[in-house]
Design a protein around this ligand. Structure first.
Ligand SMILES: CC(=O)N[C@@H]([C@@H](O)[C@H](O)[C@H](O)CO)[C@@H](O)CC(=O)C(=O)O
Length: 320
């Protein structure tokens, strides 16, 4: 069985993998990055080597080193470190799962293999089960991200009876906009034992209403503070303030989505907001353009999302 650790909840930052201008991993800033998340954004759990972390663009050896660095630097500072160990090769996935357990991670997550694909729920579960078995003491999360994997098996179907097959199953990271599917996952979990982590940051409030227990996302790296205010307002049943915060976050995300937004742009924004150099992404991704960064900076300032901009009084867009 999975360890009886505290349930994963609240905001979880999908970490960026910092890189040097030469495309090597820049391990030297990870300690600073942990402190930034905790102290400046109030985010105390992380999801490593996922989409934002370019996990599938790293070698297995790099993934192991990155995981190790986050666990080491996060010790006594972070609540939970979940490592994404999904891979196209079952063997590689198992190796990474075993490694995550050895280094003392708090959980593992796996996406569906997306080149030679599982064609139905049972096959997908068999794959996940084999990975989970390589780390029998670690909570296991399924990472549902159909737009990127192309695996359209509904999460609610997958969850039906999953703990009989995967005893360490602890929850779902749901990166999709299908709130019917998400709601039905929560609805069938009557005992409330699983974590339901929503992964579409611009829609988090709707998912909270539907029963999300937390959220994993890229924007919590630099908008964690604002998202935490939304969670707090929701918790206090102050729905009008919660909506105000969600709209505010949406204004920024909507703006960057229209410019073209993905992992490369996340790296550029995080560099700008935190001052920690995230570096360029790895091919096939392309570095965000100067124009994108300038526009994003102006928007962040107008929303008062950049510290010490002093625009609060002048700007109508800024959220309280
Ligand atoms: C497709 C994608 O990258 N989605 C992001 C979101 O946080 C996304 O960036 C955000 O909602 C803005 O659209 C996360 O779900 C990804 C994530 O958690 C991860 O990096 O593993």
């Amino acid at each position: 069985m999975a360890s009886s650790k505290k349930k994963l909840e609240g905001l979880v930052a999908a970490t960026i993998t910092p890189m040097t201008e030469n495309g090597e991993i820049n391990f030297s800033v990870i300690g600073q990055y942990v402190d930034y998340l905790v102290e400046e954004q109030g985010v105390k759990s992380i999801f490593v080597n996922g989409t934002t972390g370019e996990g599938l663009s790293l070698s297995i050896s790099e993934r192991r080193q990155v995981a190790e660095e986050w666990v080491t630097k996060g010790r006594n500072k972070l609540d939970q470190v979940v490592i994404h160990v999904g891979a196209l090769s079952l063997k590689e996935s198992q190796e990474l799962a075993k490694h995550a357990a050895e280094i003392g991670a708090d959980g593992i997550a796996v996406i569906a293999p997306f080149f030679l694909k599982p064609w139905n729920k049972d096959v997908l579960i068999n794959f996940l089960k084999e990975v989970a078995a390589a780390a029998p003491a670690l909570p296991f999360y399924y990472y549902h991200i159909p737009a990127l994997t192309g695996i359209k098996i509904r999460a609610e179907e997958l969850l039906d009876g999953i703990q009989d097959k995967i005893p360490t199953f602890q929850g779902l990271k749901f990166s999709d906009t299908d709130l019917l599917d998400f709601g039905q996952c929560v609805d069938q979990n009557q005992q409330r034992q699983f974590a339901f982590l929503f992964g579409v940051d611009e829609q988090l409030l709707s998912a909270l209403v539907m029963g999300a227990t937390g959220a994993v996302g890229s924007t919590y790296n630099y908008l964690g503070k604002k998202a935490n205010q939304m969670l707090e307002a929701f918790e206090q049943k102050d729905f009008s303030s919660a909506l105000n915060y969600q709209f505010c976050i949406q204004r920024f995300i909507n703006f960057v989505v229209k410019l073209g937004f993905g992992v490369s742009q996340t790296k550029a924004i995080m560099t700008l907001v935190s001052g920690i150099p995230m570096g360029p992404p790895r091919l096939p991704l392309q570095k965000a353009s100067r124009e994108f960064t300038d526009n994003a900076e102006a928007k962040l300032k107008s929303l008062d999302f950049l510290p010490f901009t002093g625009l609060k009084d002048r700007n109508l867009e800024a959220c309280s």
